[in-house]
Design a binder for this molecule. Sequence first.
Ligand SMILES: NC(=O)c1ccc[n+]([C@@H]2O[C@H](COP(=O)([O-])OP(=O)(O)OC[C@H]3O[C@@H](n4cnc5c(N)ncnc54)[C@H](O)[C@@H]3O)[C@@H](O)[C@H]2O)c1
Ligand SMILES: O=C(O)C(=O)C[C@@H](O)[C@H](O)[C@H](O)COP(=O)(O)O
Ligand SMILES: [Zn+2]
Length: 373
Amino acid sequence: MTPTNPSAFASQTVHVPLSERSYDISIGTGNLPEVGRWITSLRSVTHAVLISDANVAKHFLDPVNESLEAENIRVTKLVVPAGEPSKSVATSQDLWEKAIANRVDRKSIVVALGGGVIGDLAGFIAATMTRGLDFFQIPTTLLAQVDSSVGGKVGINLPAAKNIVGCFWQPQGVLIDTAVLETLPRREYLSGLAEVVKYGVILDPEFFEFLEANVQPILNRNSTVLQKIVARSCELKAQVVAEDERETTGLRAILNYGHTYCHALETVSGYGEYLHGEAVAVGMLCASRLGEKLGVFNSEATQRQHNLLTALELPVDVPKLNEEAILSVMQRDKKVEHGKLRFIVPHCFGKVVLTSDVPSAVAMEAWTDGYAS
Ligand SMILES: NC(=O)c1ccc[n+]([C@@H]2O[C@H](COP(=O)([O-])OP(=O)(O)OC[C@H]3O[C@@H](n4cnc5c(N)ncnc54)[C@H](O)[C@@H]3O)[C@@H](O)[C@H]2O)c1
Ligand SMILES: O=C(O)C(=O)C[C@@H](O)[C@H](O)[C@H](O)COP(=O)(O)O
Ligand SMILES: [Zn+2]
């Protein structure tokens, strides 16, 4: 039998070139029920551990399960509570034990069906179970389609720090169906837009202008605009990941723009209080103000981001939290080297720089200047 071409499941394909770890992101509309044929076009499978959360499962577990079973795949369905607190040691242990009870072996695969929480968690289970299982991403939030399903950062949180336990474990493929975003709650959809804005600032000023010019269609989830946003974001992330898969040269760290502040905000306010994208929005403006304080960025450019994020109904003000706690969580950021904080600082649209030697007091001023006046 001639194997099916994986691009048959997509209207657009973005390749992530990583030598033997290369894979395709297949982007389409209405292609979710093809997931079984898509996976078997990539490798032969007899057992899949399908990991999802309770909200996503309501909508999409049955069609995905049926599609896998139609390919004679035995499916172990593992559903965790929705939300950031599931990216935990306790949930991981539960999943490891259930996978073992369901006779997982080294030829089993893991399928992540959900948003970034499920992608990060299921990817971590895949990376650790029997020392590594093949892994497929089916992202169902905008944030996961434009960011978390691509690039292989997987992991879980500890109470003290976000994503602090994890590894790089690339998926064998990413299947994106933009039609699944129709059921995504508005707040979650808006949250994903923050990572989209991030790409415009760090890499693509024209893309930023496109977002500024299309606020209404974006808010209305116009399908043509959505396809463009998802595909462009995946292309940009794929280029960065291809050049610096494990964040060793510093290039990949640009994807962390705003995230030192963002992760401190998520951790100190309590996981799930701020959605990740909401915290990214607040964090990007802190990083922009930091750029101003360091004399490399101008206030008009900060204001442009502020305007776009506001138009996209994202939070922009810094909430009043314990400042010592914020600084102490920032000191656990994964960009810290030899005990020194490093920030992604914007110089202009399309150019951000990984910057060391930022005095903590200046970093904190960029935070406190963001309090609502
Ligand atoms: N690995 C990476 O590179 C990377 C990148 C960015 C973010 N992240 C991580 O991603 C996580 C955030 O991901 P998220 O924003 O997708 O959150 P999420 O996974 O919690 O999903 C958001 C909510 O939407 C629900 N949902 C998902 N898809 C749905 C759909 N189609 N219809 C209806 N409801 C749906 C979920 O059940 C959940 O309640 C954070 O933990 C963040 O750290 C990782
Ligand atoms: O893929 C990356 O690299 C990113 O930094 C993307 C971020 O949007 C994402 O939130 C990531 O999980 C943050 O990584 P971390 O290493 O700071 O935990
Ligand atoms: Zn992020």
